[in-house]
Each structure stands twice: as structure tokens, then as C-alpha cells.
Design a protein around this ligand. Sequence first.
Ligand SMILES: [Zn+2]
Length: 83
Amino acid sequence: MRCVAGKRSYPTKELAEEALLENWSRNYHNSQSGPINVYQCDDCGEYHFTSKGEINPILQSEDNIKRINRSREANFWEGKFKR
Ligand SMILES: [Zn+2]
């Protein structure tokens, strides 16, 4: 289902949070830039990213922060070798 907001949507909160984590692993966001949480949309009933409000606890858990950093490092080296 396509949302009027034109944003990418996820059918469940869990999937949206997983995607948010994935997004953070691939991009150098911090809490001042980029999406920080997910919300359920009034229009489509699915979940989107938002850059407003509270930071999602999923991005603050120590395990996930480690995971993000590991993945960023891997992406960095991958990028180097492709060039
Ligand atoms: Zn929507």
C-alpha cells in the first residue's frame, strides 16, 4: 500500500525498527540528523521513519550501537576495496 506521505512504509513496528537500525548502520547519522524513530501513520496505518521526537531505544542499546559501528566499519572497508 502506498502512502500519501510518499515515505517508505513498513507493515509492523518491529520491521520498521529493524530497518531503522539497518539505515543507521549504512549511514553516518547522529541524533541531530537522519531518522531517529518510527511512528504509525494515520493515513496508511503502516510505520514510517521520523526525525522528530524521542530517539528510539533501539538506537541507544549498547548491543545495537556496537552492531552499528561494526557494520559501518565493514562498509567502510568494502567501499575501499571497490575503488
Ligand atoms: Zn503512511
